[in-house]
Ligand binder design. Sequence first.
Ligand SMILES: *Cc1c(COP(=O)(O)O)cnc(C)c1O
Length: 378
Amino acid sequence: MSWRVPLSDLDYGEEERQAVLQVLDSRWLTMGAVTQRFESEFATLVGCKHALAVSNATVALHLACLALGIGPGDEVIAPSLTFVATSNAVLYTGAQVRFSEVTGAHDLNIDPADIERLITPRTRAVIVVHYAGYPCQMQAILSIAHRHNLAVIEDAAHAPGARLGGRSLGAWGDVGCFSFFSNKNLATGEGGMLTTDRDDLADKLRVLRSHGMTSLTWDRHQGHAYSYDVVGLGYNYRMDELRAALGVAQLQKLALNNARRGQLTRAYWEALDGWLEMPFQQLAAQPGVEPVYHIFPALLPPGVDRKAFMDYLRSQGIQTSIHYPPIHTFSYYRELYPNLSLPRTEALAAREITLPLYPTMSPADLEAVAAAVRQALH
Ligand SMILES: *Cc1c(COP(=O)(O)O)cnc(C)c1O
């Protein structure tokens, strides 16, 4: 289907083309100088000592859990209102997930009070998700985590470049996990990044990322190593040079594109005031909060038929989406956790609608979406 206004769109141009062609000409295709440059520039962006490029954010989350020693018998607290990869990564390790509620209609991020309610003697970690690039309540969450000796993993898939109190998201917890999937703020097709200030975790993550091996093909090519040992059960979760080159090119555009997303979001808030409930609006106005506006979530008035609303926008050539069907309501998870109900999450998720947002969206595109929303609701 060809949309008049798609849900999201890439900002790709000659820079990305040239970056990939240079890698092809270099004749070195995986985990080399370009990946190292991407990691080092990303570490600078986040203000972390270590950044490790990986195949995607799902494996970043998996490795974060493994490096923290999470496994069978352990519990990890995570929100249900997120992409399913957040909790799948926990299940890969044999640990169990305890799903927590959102804060409320004004803030769809994890509720710190609910984290506290879910803690048991088996709880080892909390995964927070900075929904749409708006910061979770990190001071409160870190204080709970310290009191109960829990690790904190940040699913920062929506949040490259976002900050809270001057500190980047992805640098608040023990490990940050970023996604560079095609529709994210920084897109490489598939791709992800781990960030941490902890040397011990960085060492573990590096080894786990590449088969449990103590040296890389690149190190041996550089003459830095002759052989290797395998010190644990590792994976092949590496990034290649082509994607790293796209990442470096996209990184140059990130600040400008994040700012553009912010302008568009504020234009939506103004154009749809009184028509939809719009979470995060007050949060974004608080001092020290610097979101990166990954998507534009809104809540339909109670009782509005969401499917009919989406169908009307579709008839106008406007693509919409839902973020998210709560994880605990999926068939697979209902079988795992049959009696779980999260009333606040369920009620808000049922009203959620995501409108188009991407840096190259024009003011006319945005006004067309807003006009169609008002038409659908009037
Ligand atoms: C996209 C996304 C992921 C998974 O990222 P991939 O790079 O596609 O594996 C995880 N968590 C959230 C919140 C996401 O939006």
